[in-house]
Design a protein around this ligand. Structure first.
Ligand code: KG4
Ligand code: ZN
Length: 354
């Protein structure tokens, strides 16, 4: 395993990321180029613009990752790349680059599922994390509760019936006039610290549904109505001259939104733990990963829930929760080691093969 060295490439959304990881889990390099300026200016991701931004930096990001690992492409054992789910235009940039590198240096290639990578990266940082485990995956596009029974063997206990929690964070942040440069989540988490989380009464989603599914569309609507009814400035240009009262109102909405958004996660996790232990009593851990799992409030609330059940909470460090190349390289390694990979593509493959 120590001889295995895998390059991971991730371009499914707005981050262009690459990393080199050794088979024993040692991270040799990690490079992320984010589209903060575009996100900040447009308040979200537009696929065509994101594709262009990926294309502009992909060669440099991959080169940096290889150089920072003190290696050359010749030292690599394989290339892993996210093939979905994600924005197809963006995924294509990563896949083409991966096939170019793999073709030129005669390396096997491993197609990686983005959400599997979010879950499995927990096994890189916690070598004691064995299958089976339960995983809550919370990102901009997905909300999943997964029972990971073995590598490639996943049982879905719950998913979102409309929006994911990250989408709710992003919209709430945008409506509150916050900076969207790192996605809306981090700015909203910051503003929420100043607010009273019990001040605005939002309804907790799906309490009457005794399952493990999620819904955030209704909460989004509640937040939008709450903002509209309060008559406060929420456009960025006016915020510098906002009164302390208005700031307080915005912080109260942020904190109240966050409380209810996370209570919904807590509800679902409690039930999922119950279900999962019935299916497989050997489960010892709940993994929480995906961009929203970098949120400190989310982490501490879930820690509390999990402690009561006797399970262990495994939460990767924030830099491995948000999109990154390490999780892709690592998932490539896990799959490579059980023989799941494709042979090297032909050298000089035409760019428009797909
Ligand atoms: O996993 P990820 O990086 O990309 C996707 O696969 O979607 O997740 C991005 C999402 C965005 O919605 C972003 O606002 C959210 O994760 N996020 C956060 C925080 N950091 C990132 N949400 C809440 N609090 C945070 N600190
Ligand atoms: Zn993600």
């Amino acid at each position: 395993r120590d001889d295995l060295v895998v390059l991971g490439i991730e371009t499914s959304c707005d981050d262009t990321a690459a990393a080199v990881v050794r088979g024993n889990g040692e991270v040799l390099s990690q490079v992320v180029s984010s589209q903060a300026e575009l996100l900040s200016r447009y308040g979200g991701v537009a696929p065509k613009m994101a594709e262009e931004a990926h294309s502009l930096v992909i060669d440099q990001v991959v080169q940096q990752a290889v150089e920072n690992a003190n290696l050359s492409e010749n030292d690599l054992s394989a290339v892993a790349v996210t093939i979905g789910p994600g924005l197809s235009l963006c995924l294509r940039v990563g896949v083409q680059k991966a096939r170019r590198v793999a073709g030129t240096f005669n390396l096997p290639i491993i197609g990686v599922h983005h959400m599997e990578a979010h879950a499995l990266v927990a096994r890189l940082m916690d070598k004691d994390l064995q299958f089976p485990f339960l995983a809550l995956l919370i990102s901009g596009g997905h909300n999943l509760l997964i029972l990971a029974r073995d590598l490639g063997h996943y049982v879905q206990l719950g998913t979102t019936i409309d929006d994911a929690i990250g989408e709710a964070y992003d919209k709430t942040a945008r409506w509150l006039g916050l900076d969207m440069g790192r996605g809306g989540g981090p700015a909203l988490e910051e503003l929420a610290r100043e607010g009273d989380e019990n001040s605005v009464k939002f309804k907790i989603p799906m309490r009457q549904h005794k399952d493990c599914n999620f819904s955030y569309a209704g909460l989004k609507t509640q937040v939008r109505l709450a903002i509209e009814s309060r008559n406060i400035f929420t456009d960025k240009s006016s915020l510098s001259s906002e009164s302390s009262h208005d700031r307080r109102v915005r912080a109260d909405i942020a904190a109240s939104f966050q409380r209810v958004a996370v209570l919904h996660l807590e509800d679902r996790c409690e039930r999922a733990i119950e279900w999962a232990l019935k299916i497989d009593p050997a489960i010892k851990c709940l993994v929480v990963s995906g961009g929203v799992a970098s949120n400190q409030y989310v982490r501490s609330r879930l820690h509390h829930i999990v402690k009561k059940t006797g399970l262990r909470l495994v939460c990767p460090p924030p830099s491995l929760c948000t999109d990154n190349g390490v999780m892709v390289a690592w998932t490539g390694i896990e799959n490579f080691l059980v023989g799941r990979y494709d042979p090297p593509p032909p050298a000089n493959e035409p760019e428009d093969f797909m």
